[in-house]
Design a protein around this ligand. Structure first.
Ligand SMILES: *Cc1c(COP(=O)(O)O)cnc(C)c1O
Length: 825
């Protein structure tokens, strides 16, 4: 690219250039003129902020050009609505996706600074709980990389996921002040604002229903640039903040009650204040319902406005708009679009309904009934009376259709969007399924179960509506950024670099898995990552772990269904055996766990406490001679995952069969050459299918066996009483071996009915762990397995997932070269 290449041809300006010298100058310029900081006084944070503005300059043009292409084209676009986006740090990602990493590294060198340590100073925006939010982030990366016209919509929570500290072995939640330190490098869009209304009442005006709300709050946009890999396209992630300037509670204001009106303003601004720290359990609180409506109302208004700019005819909305609902959290988008089409644009109900059915699609993320969102009719009548009215009308139309098909009243009751009874509730998942033209699960087994369990009735009504799109992860973040040495290895042995865009190319490694050179190179890559993690653990926790040991890793939200406590049973069982038989040939292992527990989830918090109590006891027991180390790393998040995952030898994916919809950390681990120990659950099934029996460790009951046990009245003592290892282990924990100061601390955790059947799966888990040790002793065989794992992960690229969504659900095609300016670097 030369200096006089103008992409916005009608304007004259100087393009920033990506040469090392220009980048260095640009960083210093930003430091002085944007931040107002004297270079001699600049902190690492200052340099980081300056560099972020410098790289933003280099992305902005393709961002705006992409927007032009969206606006000018008549292409269908997808709007991805999600209450969570777990983006991880943006700076290194921007450099990698723009192919600017080396230039910036060099520029920093010339300034006497180290890029990597500067980049560490970026806050990790935790605008999500776990897998669901991280999936949304991987999908945005793939959408931009595949040049799909797309916009992400979410909430710019002032406080993201809480910061986890461990004090005396227990989780403490601290507010995450992610916005405090960094300069805003998103584009604030104070002119993109929409009023979001709440409360009041509805009345009839002839044929029309009129909503007279009594509260109004404004949503204001911030746009984050999501650069695609290769720098051709950059899509927006539009995050909304709440703002009430000049808008008060209208009733209070009119009655002259100024102070109350101001108070109300404070309350309203809470809407975008904090992310609900829940995963797989329902939040169920009024503020959460307000947040959900806030997101969808602002987003749908924006989507409709964009459409009208492009097409100027509301009736063609479905030709240019696909709206995707990431789980049920944004399902209020359905009655909101109905409301706008009917109340604002005067369409009749059937026209509006037809458009909605063509616009919406929905991804289901869980089969667990406690996680299925429902809202009380009373609360909804109070906050969103017009939307409740629309939902009733949708339901009436839908139930008439069901009765027409000849189904009985029992069936009608089951599929009704309104759950009848003393506490009448709106079933959000039902509303999503009834409206969406496509409903997908996130792994094969989950999509199959979806059709035979929660949505069985609907699968009868709409057999063509349901499909599977197995999740994926972006190789840009999860190899290139998280594990640069592995990226180098792949470049060398694949002889090309475009595995980053065509992850299927990894299959070539299958032929090299036996090659001693490749194995040695892989061993070195793994060793480097293990040393990096060991350094981190030594620095942060003052625990010393040996990189020669097998690193056995379970990192994810702490939840009973994920069964961290079964992992604990194995650790304690091993401990007891080493004490009884110290001179056997034990394979040294480091058990690494990390994850947050929802703040109100007692059992999960106890599990964290137990892990830390066990770590304290075992790590200081000299009889164990470091044959076991247990490390709980606090404050799990994307940046920590990027350090831990490359260092793992063994990936623990041990949820009860039928409970983990897909999992995505299982994919990240295998992609980084860890072997999976896992149940036949979620995407483990498809990972196993691709890597084969010799290179992964599957154990435990199948979904059918789990159901049969439950059906026959599952009794944990059938298993505890008949397995001496298990009995001793449970007793040791329950009777205070790890909590002598409080011997009953874990009694209830061990004797709680065992809903997720860890005792039933313990024996096969412990047995397969023995096979893991044997396999690891043969290092050549282990390395081969690791390489085979990497080789067969091509399928799990989020690029493949997004291509499937485009083809099977959204009917969307990428922007072509002609539609894009020639701004690739
Ligand atoms: C990938 C990822 C998850 C999802 O992990 P699962 O094991 O699939 O539940 C959660 N949190 C973070 C930070 C992740 O990177």
């Amino acid at each position: 690219m030369s200096e006089n290449t103008l992409h916005f041809k009608e304007y004259e300006y100087t393009m920033p250039l990506p040469s090392v010298e220009k980048i260095r100058q640009s960083i210093v310029y930003k430091l002085i003129f944007i931040l107002g900081v004297d270079p001699k006084d600049a902190t690492s944070e200052n340099w980081l902020n300056a560099a972020m503005f410098a790289v933003r300059d280099l992305m902005t043009e393709s961002f705006l050009q992409t927007r032009r292409a969206h606006e000018n084209g008549q292409k269908r676009m997808v709007y991805y609505l999600s209450m969570e986006f777990l983006m991880g740090r943006a700076f290194t990602n921007a450099l990698v996706n723009q192919n600017l990493y080396n230039q910036f590294k060099q520029a920093f060198n010339e300034l006497g600074l180290d890029l990597e340590s500067i980049a560490e100073h970026e806050a990790d925006p935790g605008l999500g709980n776990g897998g669901l939010g991280r999936l949304a982030a991987c999908f945005l990366d793939s959408l931009a990389t595949l040049r799909i016209p797309a916009v992400g919509y979410g909430i710019r929570y002032q406080y993201g996921m809480f910061k986890q500290e461990i004090v005396d072995g227990q989780q403490i939640e601290k507010p995450d002040l992610w916005l405090e330190d960094d300069m805003e490098w998103e584009f604030h869009r104070p002119n993109k604002r929409f009023a979001v209304n709440f409360g009041g009442h509805i009345y009839q005006d002839g044929e029309r229903t009129v909503w007279q709300p009594n509260d109004e709050i404004e949503a204001i946009a911030y746009d984050e640039i999501i650069p695609g890999y290769g720098a051709q396209v950059a899509n927006p992630l539009r995050l909304w903040t709440a703002h009430t300037a000049n808008l008060f509670n209208l009733d209070c204001f009119n009655s002259g009650n100024y102070i109350d009106a101001i108070n109300e303003k404070m309350n309203d601004e809470n809407i975008a204040r904090v992310l609900y720290p829940n995963d797989s359990t329902e939040a169920g609180r009024e503020l959460r319902l307000k947040q959900e409506y806030f997101l969808v109302s602002a987003s749908v208004q924006d989507i409709v406005a964009r459409h009208l700019c492009r097409a100027n005819d509301i009736r063609t909305l479905a030709d240019t708009v696909a709206i995707h609902l990431n789980d049920t959290h944004p399902v209020l988008a359905i009655p909101e679009l109905m409301r706008i089409l009917i109340d604002v644009h005067q369409l009749n109900f059937d026209e509006a309904w037809d458009i909605c059915q063509r616009v919406f699609s929905y991804t289901n993320h869980t089969l667990m009934s406690e996680a299925l969102e429902t809202w009380s009719v009373g609360l909804m009548a109070h906050l969103l009376p017009r939307h409740l009215d629309i939902i009733y009308k949708i339901n009436a139309k839908f139930l008439a259709f069901v009765r027409e098909q000849g189904f009985d009243e029992e069936f009608v009751k089951r599929v009704s969007i309104i759950q009848e009874g003393n506490d009448r509730r709106v079933r959000m998942a039902w509303l999503a399924v009834v409206t969406s033209h496509k409903v997908n699960g996130v792994a094969k087994i989950h999509s199959d179960l979806m059709k035979t369990s929660i949505f069985a009735d609907f699968a009868q009504l709409y057999p063509d509506r349901f499909l599977n799109v197995t999740n994926g992860v972006t190789p840009r973040r999860w190899i290139e950024i998280a594990n640069p040495p592995l990226a180098n290895l792949l470049d060398n042995y694949l002889g090309e670099s475009d595995w980053r865009l065509h992850l299927d190319k990894l299959t070539k490694l299958n032929d090299l898995a036996d090659d001693a050179n490749v194995q040695a190179a892989f061993a070195q890559v793994k060793r480097q990552a293990k040393e990096r993690l060991a350094d981190y653990v030594a620095r942060e926790l003052n625990i010393h772990i040996n990189p020669d040991a097998l690193f056995d890793v379970q990192i994810k939200r702490i939840h009973a269904y994920k069964r961290q406590s079964m992992n604990v049973l194995h650790i304690v069982n091993r401990y007891l055996h080493i004490l009884a038989n110290p001179n056997a040939n034990w394979q040294p292992r480091v058990f690494i766990l990390a994850g947050k527990a929802a703040s109100a989830y007692v059992e999960a918090k106890q599990t964290i406490h137990l892990i830390n109590d066990i770590a304290k006891t075992i790590n200081s027991d000299e009889r164990i001679r470091d044959l076991i180390k247990v490390v709980f790393i606090p404050n799990y998040g994307v940046s920590l995952a990027q350090i831990i995952i490359p260092a793992a030898d063994l990936s623990e994916q041990i949820s009860l069969a039928g409970t983990e919809a897909s999992g995505t950390s299982n994919m990240k681990f295998a992609l980084n050459g860890a072997l999976t120990i896992g149940t036949f659950d979620g995407a483990n099934v498809e990972i196993h299918e691709r890597v084969g029996d010799e290179h992964s460790f599957i154990f435990g009951h199948s979904v059918e066996q789990v159901q049969a046990l439950r059906h026959n009245g599952y009794n944990p003592y059938d298993f505890i009483d008949n397995d001496m290892d298990l009995r001793n282990t449970v007793q040791a924990i329950a009777q205070g071996m790890f909590s002598p100061e409080d011997p009953n601390r874990y009694n209830s955790l061990m004797h709680n009915g065992d809903f997720y059947q860890r005792y039933a799966d313990f024996r096969s888990y412990a047995n397969v762990q023995t096979r893991v040790d044997e396999h690891y002793r043969n290092q050549a065989a282990w390395r081969k397995s690791a390489i085979v794992n990497i080789a067969n992960m091509g399928y799990f690229s989020s690029d493949r997932s997004i291509a499937e969504y485009c083809e099977k659900i959204w009917q969307i095609k990428p922007l072509t070269e002609e539609e894009l300016p020639n701004n690739g670097r």
